[in-house]
Design a protein around this ligand. Sequence first.
Ligand code: ADP
Ligand code: MG
Length: 238
Amino acid sequence: MGRITLDKVTKSFGDIEVIPPLDLTIDEGEFVVFVGPSGCGKSTLLRLIAGLEDVSSGQIRIDRQDATHLPPAKRGLAMVFQSYALYPHMSVRKNIAFPLKMAGMDKAEQDKRVNYAAEVLNLSDYIDRKPGQLSGGQRQRVAIGRAIVREPAAFLFDEPLSNLDAALRVNMRLEISELHAKLKTTMVYVTHDQVEAMTMADKIVVLQAGRIEQVGSPLELYRAPRNRFVAGFIGSPK
Ligand code: ADP
Ligand code: MG
C-alpha cells in the first residue's frame, strides 16, 4: 500500500504550464521530499496527487488503481494541513475524530483509532483539551492525528512546519521522522528547506520550474549533484 506513480503528468493554469510532462514513482513506505524554491510547483504537484487539482494530462496511479480522475476522498490519501485548520471549540479528541464522524464510522471504532493516534503522537494526556490550551507543537500533532485515524495509504504534507519557530521546527522534524519509523506508511513531504529535505527524506525530488532536476537519496544528491542548481540547493560544491 502507498505506491504512487505519475505518468507524463502535466498541469497548466490557463496558458501557463506550471508542470511540464513529469514522471515519478513513489514506492511503498518511502519518505519522499519535494524540495525547490518558492513557485517551482511543489504544492501544485502535491495537490495533483491529493486530487485537489485536476491534471491537465497524464495519469496518476495509486497502488493498483487509476486515480487520475478520482475525487480526493476516494484516493485513500491524507493531506496534513497546518495546525491552524483545527476547530478551536472542539477538544483534541473531537478534532482527531472529526473525519471519522463525518464518514459515519461507529463510535467504538472511532475511539479505538483516536486512542491509537493519541498514543503514537504522545497526546493521550491532552485529549480533552481545546487547541487553544496546547503548544504549537501539540497542535501540529493534533493535525497529524486527524490524518492518522483515516489509516491512509500515504500522508501528504505541504510545508507543515512553516509557521513554527526554529526550535519547534527541529523537534517536529524529529517527531515526523519518528512517526514514519513507527507507521511505515508512505509520506510525501513538501518543503523549500534543504535541511528538512536532507534530514527527513529517503528520497529527495529536486524541482525547478515544475521540472524534476534530480531524484535521489540525500547522500546521492550530496555526492553527485547532477548540475549547479542541485548542488546549490543541497549545499555541496560543484
Ligand atoms: P510552490 O508550492 O513550489 O511554491 P506552487 O505549486 O504553489 O509553487 O505554484 C507553482 C506555480 O503555479 C506558481 O507560478 C504559481 O503562481 C502558479 N499557480 C499555483 N496555483 C495556481 C492557480 N490556482 N492559478 C494560477 N496559477 C497558479
Ligand atoms: Mg507551496
